[in-house]
Design a protein around this ligand. Structure first.
Ligand code: GDP
Length: 527
């Protein structure tokens, strides 16, 4: 197959949801329907370990498991689907955001009982900022849940885009009758049960079919009224609008009952885009170019703390990756020849040795590869867009044994490069290093890893800061003046980009008023 054909058949998406909406269940069912049954177990394994994540051993175990299961590849209807998991829950961190930079579409799972929940909203903001097309799956219709019309308008409100239902539920909970496929004008009758994966669901044709009315009575009348209302009021599905992130197709179902899953899988193939061009600083890079290029969007430490090796997750941007090929790291000019590449549980042998745009490969290394690094066959390329978000939580860090200061610095530098935490060095000489995070658990993980991997007993202390803004100015003199007048609040991150640290929104506002020519940023893009 040509590179172009390989690219055309790829779909790469992230699955996002608030914890407990049914992401794990749906993931497993998607794999099941695509025929990748052996993989389903690994999803369960991860899930099982997640429940006890306050336990350090469990966090360790989880890190190992999630290397294997955070990217899953499957083949379905001649397409290669790459599914990237986004960590939810307490282990929520910036990683999640960066995963979204490596996909071409997102699948949003919503609990029909709870509607759009906080964690989903944060993820959606990132999707919106990047105009990532979103497919919506409303789950748990086998329960007494909220009115579908309500859910639809809530989604529209939060997404700021039109929600276009492809299916519509007939009843819910105990009286859940099935879903009506609006586009195919037929009803799929609900059957409970988890084990089947057949296509023997009962289908009844026609919205005005008296047989459906006779069987499902009032429930169906209500659904029909709602469908007619939607057809009159809502815009028709427009594929271009979906690709531009302006419309989301909506499906209803029950993941645990394998119901409505097939439709989602088909939508991924039929609606979701193939990998597109990626903007590098030097030039746009087309996915079907002959030469390989890829970006490290996530770095994960491996299980064995003694070896300190890491796996760099590389999203292929162009060309064909072949095991053992020579690659150049744009940032350093170093050459690597990755042989023991981690591939992600694909079904077929030949997928393991080659990868194309949209695929993710895992390259074990000892720190040669950092977040945002670009790999090519020799060309100097830099991609923009790997986001670092302004932390919202800060702690000062000191080492209990001053003789370990150097180890502390080394450890924090490496953990910072990995993106596990953000490290800020205050402008004021002698000030304690500051750790910045978007999730509380990040601190605990870092303290734990400093101890086990670097032999450093770190003391984390409260910090008076709770906001950070990177800043820039066109005029270096203005920049200098701003920094001189705020010495106590200036710190540098891992790449020496200066940030302004504030302890309240008011303090930030004052700085903005005093220095109108300084631009403050909540996000820093790598590159
Ligand atoms: P995650 O946290 O988003 O990965 O959610 P899970 O997939 O672990 O699901 C959370 C809970 O909801 C589990 O107890 C599932 O068994 C349950 N669940 C998932 N899908 C459905 C569904 O369609 N109906 C019902 N009733 N429960 C479901």
């Amino acid at each position: 197959m040509s590179i172009k054909q390989e690219v055309e058949r790829r779909r790469t998406f992230a699955i996002i949801s608030h914890p407990d909406a049914g992401k794990t269940t749906l993931t497993e069912k998607l794999l099941l329907f695509a025929g990748a049954i052996q993989i389903a177990g690994s999803v369960k394994a991860r899930k099982a370990s997640r429940h006890a994540s306050s336990d350090w051993m469990e966090i360790e175990k989880q890190r190992g498991i999630s290397v294997a299961s955070s990217v899953m590849q499957m083949e379905y209807r001649d397409c290669v689907i790459n599914l990237l998991d986004t960590p939810g829950h307490q282990d929520f961190s910036e990683d999640t955001y960066r995963v979204l930079t490596a996909v071409d579409a997102a699948l949003m799972v919503i609990d029909a009982g709870n509607g759009v929940e906080p964690q989903t909203i944060r993820l959606l903001q990132v999707c919106r900022a990047r105009n990532t097309p979103i497919i919506t799956f409303i789950n748990k219709l086998d329960r007494e849940v909220r009115e579908p019309l309500d859910l639809l308008s809530e989604i529209e409100g939060h997404l700021g885009m039109d929600a276009v239902p492809f299916s519509w539920p007939v009843g819910m909970g105990r009286s859940f009758g099935g879903v009506f496929d609006i586009r195919r004008n037929r009803m799929r009758v609900f059957r409970a049960g988890q084990e089947r994966r057949d296509n023997h669901d009962e289908l009844i044709e026609g919205l005005d079919n008296p047989a459906i009315s006779a069987r499902f009575g009032d429930m169906f009348e209500k659904a029909r009224d709602e469908i007619e209302l939607i057809q009159a009021a809502a815009p028709a599905f427009d594929h271009k609008a979906f690709l531009a992130g302006k419309q989301t197709p909506v499906f209803f179902g029950s993941a645990i009952n394998n119901f409505g899953v097939q439709e989602v899988l088909d939508a991924l193939v039929d609606l979701a885009p193939q990998p597109g061009p990626r903007e590098a600083l030097q030039r746009p890079v087309q996915p079907d170019e002959p030469k390989f290029s890829g970006v490290v969007f996530k770095v994960q430490a491996n299980m064995d703390p003694a070896h300190r090796d890491r796996v760099a997750f590389v999203r292929v941007s162009s060309g064909r990756f072949q095991r053992g090929m020579k690659l150049r790291v744009s940032r350093t000019g170093k050459e690597i020849r990755p042989n023991n590449v981690v591939s992600f549980l694909s079904q077929r042998r030949e997928l393991l040795d080659e990868a194309y745009a949209g695929d993710v490969i895992g390259i074990p290394n000892h720190g040669v590869l950092q977040l945002g690094d670009v790999l090519t066959e020799g060309e100097q390329l830099q991609f923009t867009g790997l986001p670092f978000f302004a932390p919202e939580l800060f702690q000062a860090v000191e080492v209990k044994d001053p003789l370990r200061t150097k180890q502390l610095r080394i450890g924090l530098t490496q953990l910072g490069e990995e993106g596990a935490i953000q490290v800020f060095r205050p402008e004021v000489a002698g000030g304690a290093l500051l750790l910045g995070a978007v999730g509380q658990l990040q601190f605990e993980v870092v303290a734990h890893r400093l101890k086990t991997e670097y032999g450093v007993d770190a003391r984390l202390m409260p910090s008076r800061y709770n906001m950070a803004r990177w800043f820039t100015a066109d005029d270096p003199k203005v920049l200098r003046k701003f920094m001189d007048s705020n010495v106590a609040n200036i710190a540098y991150d891992v790449v020496d980009a200066p940030a302004f640290l504030a302890s309240s929104p008011a303090q930030l506002r004052v700085a903005q008023e005093l220095f109108p020519d300084i631009v403050f940023h909540t996000m820093r893009e790598h590159g």
